[in-house]
Design a protein around this ligand. Structure first.
Ligand code: HEC
Length: 165
């Protein structure tokens, strides 16, 4: 390549970068307001503290995501815990944590070592704290709708209409 050509191509590339950046800026400033994180808890501060301690001690994050974080070295395909309290009741969680074999309540397709362990050996108080905290983990309705829509469209290949479901 001659020097003139090099400069020509360099300025072409620079122009492309500027155009992409400009377009990105327009798109970004044009979209709706960021709806924010869809997860929240209704638990009081004490329950939050006690439950967080238990969750740390019992290493739930070795398998589960909670508040968007999990143990980075783990790779168990477990369900995320965020927002679960919008789907299940405190009583359900208590029974689940108290079950000697949680897979009687929620069947598993995973290998034994990856399955949800039984926490029936914990004190009743601790199981109650965990259940109460899990039930307090809520998800905003708009997010739940979006998840339902995605799942529905993935499974059926049809367009989701909220009134059908
Ligand atoms: C060894 C990995 C592992 C650990 C540790 C673990 N879980 Fe699980 N958990 C799972 C798996 C996998 C499932 C899905 C059911 C199954 O396959 O047994 C599950 C299911 C659940 C569910 C039900 C999810 C639903 O769909 O409603 C809850 C609630 C839960 N776990 C909470 C916890 C809490 C709280 C802790 C810590 C006290 C914990 N888990 C520790 C692997 C784990």
């Amino acid at each position: 390549m001659r020097k003139g050509e090099k400069i020509f191509f360099a300025s072409l590339a620079a122009l492309a970068v500027v155009l992409v950046a400009y377009k990105g800026w327009i798109v970004a400033s044009d979209t709706e307001e960021d709806p924010g994180i869809p997860f929240y808890t209704t638990a009081d501060v004490l329950v939050q503290k006690q439950a967080s301690q238990l969750i740390r001690d019992l290493k739930c994050r070795e398998c589960h995501t909670l508040w968007g974080t999990r143990d980075m070295t783990a790779s168990v395909p477990s369900p995320p815990l965020d927002g679960l309290g919008s789907l299940r009741t405190e009583g359900w969680f208590f029974d689940y944590f108290s079950a000697e074999n949680p897979q009687d309540i929620l069947p598993s397709r995973l290998k034994l070592k990856y399955r949800m362990p039984s926490y029936s050996h914990l004190d009743e108080t601790d199981r109650k704290i965990l259940a109460s905290y899990m039930a307090s983990l809520k998800v905003e309705d708009w997010y739940l709708e979006e998840v339902k829509k995605k799942e529905y469209e993935k499974l059926t290949g049809k367009t989701y209409k909220p009134t059908d479901h």
